[in-house]
Design a protein around this ligand. Sequence first.
Ligand SMILES: Cc1cc2nc3c(=O)[nH]c(=O)nc-3n(C[C@H](O)[C@H](O)[C@H](O)COP(=O)(O)O)c2cc1C
Length: 178
Amino acid sequence: MVKRTLPLSRVYRLLEPGPVVMLTTIVKGRPNIMTLSWHTMMDFEPPIVGCVISNRNYSFDGIKASRECVINLPTVELAEKVVGCGNSSGRKVDKFKVFALTPAPAARVKPPLIDECYANLECKVIDTRMVTKYNFFILEVLKAWIDPAKKLPRTIHHLGKGAFMVAGETIQLPSRMK
Ligand SMILES: Cc1cc2nc3c(=O)[nH]c(=O)nc-3n(C[C@H](O)[C@H](O)[C@H](O)COP(=O)(O)O)c2cc1C
């Protein structure tokens, strides 16, 4: 394989592609949505998830103060709303209204689920030690919801600069996990 140097500024475009999610928080008493793709699984059960939430985002104030959020998983049908929520701020607009998304009550936390998303993970912040340095929040999933009708959800995966990969083919290989 003949390779060339990849500028360090583009490294994230190789590693980023987990599903893009929509994070809901309560900020100053009102629900807000932000788009997020920098997240990582950290443990199986209870599920622990790490997320980078920039301190420039309005959502940062909400999660820092309330220590709660919901990770909502959209499919490709919602792609334009996903990008819209990632290019506007709850400081200026009510994103549930502007993007015609439906808030639904969560069972264990105050921020709402986004009803149109096929899965929703209700989370509490369990560790803030890396927030000051990296804006990295560690979350525990307290309750998870899934639409059983969505057998092969076509999630979207950010490749940077407005490009997204849409999940498609699934293959099954041997696994040690039951
Ligand atoms: C595809 C996509 C992925 C994004 N991923 C992240 C992310 O992982 N972390 C982050 O802090 N901001 C991310 N953003 C930017 C925020 O969604 C954006 O700054 C948003 O306006 C924040 O909204 P808020 O001010 O209402 O919280 C992403 C935006 C897009 C479009």
